[in-house]
Design a protein around this ligand. Structure first.
Ligand code: NAD
Length: 346
């Protein structure tokens, strides 16, 4: 299969690119290379005859048409997005432009391509989204595919809008679409401003480890390579028009997560005092969703997907990766002042 993957230089997109190429798929990686991108994430496949890169913006319809005509993909997997909640609070405009209008332009380009003579009959458009579209849970319950949308941040509202557009293009124009909504990812190549890399890197530098509020917000963590595996399964076997919730049923409060990472670091790279002594509680994010939890029954029962690692195993792999790949994160910290903007976000 030849897959056009948008956002393939980002965190999750690059994991999908690496996995797809390793499984013998041809990949066209379309990415605008925003601040969040890093082509080093796909260096391991860059020389493969199965891999091509297109530097393009999903808001540029002309470029999209040219790329569809040039590569004639069998499928699109759409991951390109502005993805950081804190940034969406500071500046929501780019989130609307890329996540809403960018998705619109990509859908229109895909529709024109799919309607043209001689295009692959099996073509499908897989939209990759987040569980944040469902809003915030209380102490009980999980998000199912039937949970009503209730986004609460500019980021999640823009992703919810993009989900609606994709479903509408499926219903109205018959575009063969499939969707997935996933919980919080973590793992190698996670951009340094996100919570888990912030914890690891601040700990390694002896700097305070910021935790929002009292650290009671709960997230459901999934190792990024397990998400990539689930995405390829949804692309290949998911029923058209259907959406699949993806999660590993690994709920942790932010404080418990941070303490687990500190304990792993204490073991792998002991310091004078426990890393948990660096934890510093900071003013909570406005509108901070209390709890997310995914019910993955549909993808498990219909497609047979299961995550390969527990959260403890995945966190240890992740901490080891950051310890062994200082060149990767140091280059990003030095780029565009990312190091000065280290946040607290998930
Ligand atoms: P990321 O920020 O690491 O990567 C996004 C990529 O998209 C970057 O390479 C960037 O250059 C590219 N991009 C941004 N705007 C673009 C544009 N206008 N045109 C072309 N490329 C553009 O994001 P991520 O964490 O890898 O998330 C990927 C997708 O998965 C997003 O759609 C996100 O909403 C979704 N998602 C993320 C998580 C998570 O925990 N990170 C969980 C569920 C779903």
């Amino acid at each position: 299969m030849k897959v056009l993957i948008t956002g393939g230089a980002g965190f999750i997109g690059s994991a999908v690119v690496r996995l797809a190429v390793s499984r013998g798929h041809s990949v066209v990686n379309l990415d605008a290379l925003t601040y969040a991108a890093c082509l080093d994430n796909v260096a391991s496949v860059a020389d493969s005859p199965l891999y091509a890169f297109e530097h393009a913006d999903i808001r540029d319809r002309g470029a999209l048409d040219r790329i569809f005509a040039k590569h004639e993909p069998d499928a699109v997997m759409h991951l390109a997005a502005e993805s950081h909640v804190d940034r969406s609070i500071d500046g929501p405009g780019t989130f609307m432009d890329t996540n809403v209008m960018g998705t619109f332009h990509l859908l229109e380009a895909a529709r024109a391509y799919w309607n043209a003579e001689g295009r692959p009959e099996t073509f499908r458009f897989h939209h990759v989204s987040t569980d944040e579209v469902f809003g915030s849970l209380g102490p009980d319950g999980q998000f199912t595919e039937e949970t009503p949308y209730d986004p609460r941040s500019p980021y999640s509202a823009s992703k919810a809008a993009s989900d609606h557009l994709v479903r509408a293009w499926g219903e109205t124009y018959g575009l063969p679409v499939v969707l997935s909504n996933c919980s919080n990812n973590y793992g190698p190549y996670h951009f340094p401003e996100k919570l888990i890399p912030v914890v690891i890197l601040n700990a390694l530098h002896g700097r305070p480890i910021p935790v929002y509020g009292a650290g009671e917000n709960v997230r459901d963590w999934l190792y990024v390579e397990d998400h990539a595996d689930a995405l390829l399964l949804v692309l290949e076997k998911g029923a058209l028009g259907r959406s699949y919730n993806i999660g590993g049923e690994n709920e942790r409060t932010n404080l418990a997560l941070v303490e687990t990472i500190c304990a792993i670091l204490d073991r792998l790279k002991p310091a004078d005092r426990p890393y948990s002594s660096l934890i510093a509680f900071v003013t909570d994010r406005p509108g901070h969703d209390l709890r997310y939890a995914i019910d993955p029954t549909r993808i498990r029962e219909e497609l047979g997907w299961l995550p390969s690692v527990t959260v403890e195993e995945g966190l240890e792999k992740t901490v080891r990766w950051y310890l062994e790949n200082e060149d990767w994160w140091r280059a990003l910290l030095e780029r565009d002042g990312v190091g000065q903007r280290l946040g607290t976000g998930t």
